[in-house]
Design a protein around this ligand. Sequence first.
Ligand SMILES: *Cc1c(COP(=O)(O)O)cnc(C)c1O
Length: 638
Amino acid sequence: MADGNSNWTIDDAEELYGVRRWGAGYFSIGDSGNIQIAPNHRLPDVTIDMKDVLDEIRAEGIQLPAVIRFHDILRSQVEILNETFARTIEEASYTGKYSGVFPIKVNQMREVVEEIIDAGEPYNYGLEAGSKPELMAVLAYNENPDALTVLNGYKDEDYLTLALLGRQLRRRMIIVIEKFSELEMLIPLAKKLGVQPLIGLRSKMMVRSSGKWAGSSGDRAKFGLSITEILNIIELLKKEDMLDCAKLLHFHIGSQMSDIRKVKEAVSEGARLYAKLIKEGVPLEYLDIGGGLGIDYDGTSSTTDSSRNYSTDEYVADVVYGVKQICDLEQVPHPNLVSESGRAITAHHSCVVTNIVGEIKNTGAQFDISASDGEHILVSNMRELVNSADMHPQERYNDAASYKQSAYEAFKLGILSLNEMAKLDTMYWRILVEIHSSLDRESFVFQELEELEDMLASQYLCNFSIFQSAADTWAIGQVLPIVPVSRLNEKPEVRCSIVDITCDSDGKLSKYIEGTEISDNIPMHTLHKNEDYYVGMFLTGAYQDVMGDMHNLFGRLTEVHIYCHDDEPGDFYIEEVVPGTSAEKVLETMQYNTDFMAKTVKKCIDREVRKGHIAPREGVRWTDYYEKCLAGSTYLKA
Ligand SMILES: *Cc1c(COP(=O)(O)O)cnc(C)c1O
């Protein structure tokens, strides 16, 4: 890494933040030092400068934080997945087709689902639903009679009835049976309505997945049928003369599969089961391998929970060739392949952009440390330590820490004055900074170095809520790339961690990508007065976009929808702006009546006006101001 700013290059920034490593061809750092996006995989030379996007957003008076959606990335991901399957199927002389579905739980935003349906049209790409409301959405949005609709999740009579309505509308709607009792409910219903259902069977897999979602497979999995149950179901279908309804075999061993070996294992198990069922006379046509196609969030191409050790090409090849091999051995026809990739389709397309609103620094405050008459011995001791620059760093650190601890005890007993405490504190941090800067980061000679680095790191206060915008970083320790949007041609000199504006001490990011490592903090640039500093949190398009909650009543973010276009200045245009949730709306979801609130506050203001504490004109201004804030954003105004 270069040490002077003059030597700092874009390559150093790339090395540090790993933008290309996790960027999947969509994100890089431009020569301008700004993040750059190439959203259309067919037009890699059409690039959008993130700073231009921000400037335009600000020019339109849009408040940060905002979610920025690149619709072309969404389209590209749909095309890449479908075309990779088509190409591999052809290369392998595989005789089935690929008939993928997008599981809308990963991002149910209407605009996202519409874009995916539109981009997937040429491939008959369908949708998957896992609940009644999702089923209602897919009924209305997947009109293509040649695309599948796969229905997972636990079902009641209404769920099944809606699915049969789908059949009446001539949709390829497949009801995946999770439990024996669902079939017992379905059969009389289908007979009563005179509709022939298409049935899928979800198998509980024996292969154990790894990572955060390992519980989706194995004997104790929440979903799916054991082999015994599958055979019982087949018996029942035969008895009811409905065996020809059984069209699909489904499995899903967990999301974000980081190790390709697990994928291969699952495919072998699933394909073998498929082949055996065909031989039992079950007329299956589809093998559905579920989701799990991973995202390399941390850019390490490894088996860490936030990465994957394979490419999409490799994944698809392992599926197609894996199923083909087993079917050929078993001498059964190749099934049509279905996958339910959600994360892989949506993760890249959106990011959260926000501004840093302040810095919290342990070392910032300074107090005059000169000696005073009769000062406490702890203060003089600490001063001596300040002047002992040649002491062994470890020893000096230990002494400073122990004086600090004693000072705290002494303060509690009333022995040290406020003045003395402020002096001690100033000196303590000064010593730590000195020790830290004297050490060579690479050699790690000093055991507590990392601890020291953490203590000295600044906290950058970031205008967003982790709980709304990055739920998984808090819930499951997911790593998401966080990178300054511009100034990447400048050396980032401040080690910091990112904290949000909620009043929750959990409201912070604790894992950062630094080179090929995960760190507790990350270098960012020095903040300049009167100049905005923007950071982007990337790869938030899967789950994060839709799982957020309103902790502290911070609402949904404003959304900006971007399309790329050769003929537009900057190669992009803003197609739509969806305003974030206002304070009013957020309060109403908690059953507040905001009219009542406004009236009450007005009544109180009026009372003070009558008493002469507030001038009448001023009273009107206060009333209007309160109402304006109700209609405004829940985030900090920047
Ligand atoms: C969640 C889920 C998916 C999506 O998985 P990804 O890893 O996001 O691709 C697919 N199928 C089922 C049944 C699911 O529950």
